[in-house]
Design a protein around this ligand. Structure first.
Ligand SMILES: Cc1cc2nc3c(=O)[nH]c(=O)nc-3n(C[C@H](O)[C@H](O)[C@H](O)COP(=O)(O)O)c2cc1C
Length: 149
């Protein structure tokens, strides 16, 4: 089974999880890189605003085409209770190319349902979802087995 992990990460938490998933599934992995600056205090505020308005932003060209894969794992941090703008933009850019998807998200507090529904709206019904807190990821306090099955 050919798998792809596509993710965005501002402070490397979702990235850590993405790399773990890719390693365990032998998947290709690719980072979504926004052309918008989300770093620093101003970037944080911009991120919240863009997430709330579901803003479609420009992202760097990607190497892998999700249409070429049996399963696509899509990872995002939660921003203002929603999916981060870079990930929504990636999904929008690849509209119609997703069939078997699995979503994984990280957030300060464990409230993921709305954001999972939002990702589904922009791609497809997920086979599985996984939501972990920043703390759980940093402390390796999670088990991936059932998510990867
Ligand atoms: C703009 C912005 C908004 C955020 N909003 C929320 C939120 O609404 N709820 C929450 O639990 N965490 C929120 N967070 C925290 C991140 O979801 C959390 O730190 C995440 O693990 C970061 O992942 P990353 O390092 O992959 O970017 C927010 C972070 C940013 C930058």
């Amino acid at each position: 089974m050919k798998s792809l992990v596509a993710y965005y990460s501002r402070t490397n938490v979702t990235k850590k999880l993405a790399e773990d998933i890719a390693k365990k599934t032998n998947a290709d992995i690719e980072e979504i890189i926004p052309k918008v600056n989300y770093q620093g205090k101003l970037g944080f505020m911009r991120g919240g605003k863009h997430a709330l308005s579901e803003k479609i932003i420009d992202i760097e060209n990607m190497k892998f085409d999700p249409a070429d894969y049996d399963v696509v794992y899509i990872g995002s941090p939660i921003w203002a209770g929603k999916t981060s703008a870079p990930v929504i933009s990636y999904l929008k850019q690849n509209e119609g190319k997703f069939s078997n998807v699995k979503f994984f998200m990280t957030a300060g507090s464990p409230d993921f349902e709305k954001a999972f529904e939002q990702m589904e709206k922009f791609s497809a019904k997920p086979l599985k979802t996984l939501g972990l807190t920043t703390k759980e990821v940093k402390k390796d306090d999670y088990i991936l087995d059932s998510f990867l099955e």
